[in-house]
Design a protein around this ligand. Structure first.
Ligand code: PRX
Length: 582
């Protein structure tokens, strides 16, 4: 089944701009990253993501254009032009330089989506330091693990989140500064802590941006694997070339668009597409501080006349659950293009978009490591509902077998792989070169996803090749959850899996074996869930805990999560020859 987007758009009459990419084959054939660089105005060795996203527009005469329309959770609306952004980020860069923050220092930002989060992150990029935004719902433990792993020298946070930082700061030897931002409010910073507002008030709004080059570090996002704690995927300033290109050709951004990406900058989608892609294209962007709410979301689209909307399958499923009536009661006619990423988008979600809003959702695929969209359903091509789409021009994607050979027969399952290189790809896992190298084999970058490709080159997702859990589009590493659980005195061992869920795709489920002297009880189950939520935060902690007398392990002592999952799903247990159990 293919869905002809052009036909659908003709029907709803909202194709107000021809797509930027109108001929996929020709664009692919003629693709040159150098041409994109030139298009982005990159002439010499200087590349800085903050400059490309902000200052450039001011110098090109677009300073008075609105860059950010911010809507607070309480309904307050603030607007910032590119010139406002330039001044604010310059101020913050001056603050950082005065504090002694230098090139490649790691600066963490642990805040809700307030305007200052964006000023701070771009300020970090202007001094050439590495910005590491963290999801504000994280509990103290994931924050501590990440700051430790990257030896962060500073955490920028808000009064509401400060208690979580206070709980761990003594345990972070690399930490030199804690800065507190009060959005439109005074803060009472503890002794020794820095007050964002006071420092910004004293800082100059002129700043000479660090002369960063394409390969200089810019941003770090943590991502989970099967084993060990999260790894810091480090990106470089040159990635903006990928953000700009995918913003233009995959998101189809036009100069007059009002773009809304619902993702948080704590995850890569919220920076690559909640900052760099729209702003490098000079597009006005809506930023909403709050979380999901069907009515509120439709109101945001209507109020700000959003034209291009980027969201995720869990949100789409929640909208579907609310029914199309709420959507139809709003004027959503401003919308021109809708996209989805992070988890498989079922054909029903694509079709529902047409029925409720008049437009289909375009699925696309990428990862923290790839930094930008790699595979997408393009605006000029018919959508194949259920497929992630075609490789982006300039990107070579393939399905490979266990010997790292390309599988050319259509619809054969294998691992999804990419040819290494390209501007937006991560350049390392911070201080874990070995792990980074393990992702490249036989001339391919291994994505860790299973997929197949049809005869026309469209990719179809099958599943992950590892134990990482995808809950509402957020990856959770089982080891991080197991570690938190075994820190409880009652827990002897824990095994954590993703349990399929109709709404969130997967939820985190833990199997727990208790130490001698502890008995399973409803009370203890609740206590363990509370313990995990307190440490990890609600998005990472298990939603379900099941007590077991022991966990299946390999002879070398590794918990067999796959077996736990097979048992949970009532599936065949597969090869259990390495099982050590009774
Ligand atoms: O398993 C794939 C899934 O999300 C993983 C990447 O997650 P993360 O590193 O957090 O990056 C988020 C940026 C999109 C992938 O390895 N995934 C992502 N997009 C899709 C998807 N699974 C199915 N369909 C997609 N469109």
């Amino acid at each position: 089944m293919a869905m002809d987007y052009a036909e659908i758009v003709k029907e709803v009459g909202s194709l107000r701009a021809p797509p930027n990419l109108d001929d996929y084959e020709r664009t692919r054939r003629e693709w040159s990253w150098d041409r994109v660089r030139a298009d982005l105005g990159l002439r010499d060795d200087f590349v800085n993501q903050a400059y490309q996203c902000i200052d450039r527009h001011v110098y090109d005469g677009r300073g008075e254009k609105t860059a950010m329309i911010w809507e607070g959770a309480d309904g307050a609306i603030e607007r910032y032009t590119f010139e406002d952004m330039r001044r604010q980020t310059n101020r913050f860069a001056n603050v950082l330089r005065k504090l002694g923050v230098r090139k490649a220092d790691r600066v963490f930002i642990f805040a809700d989506r307030i305007p200052e989060l964006y000023f701070a992150l771009f300020g970090v990029l202007k001094v050439g330091a590495i910005g590491a935004p963290l999801f504000s719902a994280f509990g103290p433990e994931p924050v501590a693990e990440r700051v430790k792993r990257a030896e962060g020298m500073m955490i920028i946070t808000t009064p509401a989140l400060l208690p979580k930082v206070n709980a761990i700061r003594g345990d972070l030897p690399s930490l030199k500064h804690v800065m507190v931002i009060g959005h439109r409010a005074a803060v009472t910073a503890a002794e020794g802590d820095l007050d964002y507002g006071a420092l910004m008030a004293e800082a100059s709004d002129e700043f000479e941006i660090e002369r960063t080059g394409a390969e200089d570090w810019s941003i770090m996002h943590f991502t989970s694997g099967t084993t060990g704690l999260p790894k810091g995927a480090a990106h470089v300033h040159g990635a903006v070339v990928g953000h700009y290109a995918t913003g233009k050709y995959a998101l189809d951004l036009h100069p007059d668009d009002v773009f809304w990406c619902t993702a948080d900058p704590g995850w890569v989608t919220g920076t690559s597409y909640g900052m760099f892609a729209p702003w490098s294209n000079g597009v006005t962007q809506v930023i909403y501080e709050g979380g999901f709410g069907a009515t509120r979301w439709y109101d945001i689209i209507q109020r700000h006349r959003v034209t291009v909307w980027y969201t995720a399958p869990t949100a789409i499923r929640m909208l579907m659950k609310g029914g199309s009536r709420i959507a139809k009661q709003r004027d959503l006619s401003s919308l021109r293009y809708m996209m989805s990423v992070g988890e498989p988008l079922a054909p029903a979600g694509v079709v529902w978009g047409v029925e409720a809003i008049g437009l289909p959702f375009h699925d696309n695929w990428w990862q923290t490591e790839t930094g930008a969209v790699m595979i997408t359903n393009f605006p000029a091509l018919p959508i194949r509902p259920g497929s992630m789409g075609l490789a982006f021009p300039g990107i070579e994607a393939a399905i490979i077998d266990d010997e790292f050979q390309e599988i050319t027969q259509p619809m054969q399952e294998g691992q999804l792989a990419l040819r290494p290189g390209g501007p937006s790809m991560f350049r390392t896992y911070w201080q874990d070169e070995e792990r980074y190298n393990s992702r490249f084999k036989g001339g391919w970058y291994l994505t860790g996803d299973r997929a197949k490709r049809d005869a026309d080159g469209y990719f179809w997702f099958i599943g992950r090749d590892d134990d990482v859990i995808n809950t509402a589009g957020h990856l959770v590493g089982p080891f991080e959850v197991e570690s938190a659980l075994i820190a409880h005195p009652a827990v002897a061992e824990a095994g954590v899996i993703g349990k399929p869920d109709a709404m969130a795709m997967e939820i985190v489920k833990a199997f727990v074996a208790l130490k001698d002297g502890y008995e399973p009880s409803e009370e203890l189950r609740r206590e363990l869930i509370g313990h995990a939520r307190q440490r990890l935060g609600p998005g990472v902690a298990p939603r379900e805990i099941e007590f077991v007398s022991s966990l299946p392990k390999t002879r070398s002592g590794k918990i067999m999560r796959r077996l736990l999952k097979a048992r949970e799903l009532g599936l065949p247990e597969g090869d259990t020859s390495t099982l050590e159990e009774d």
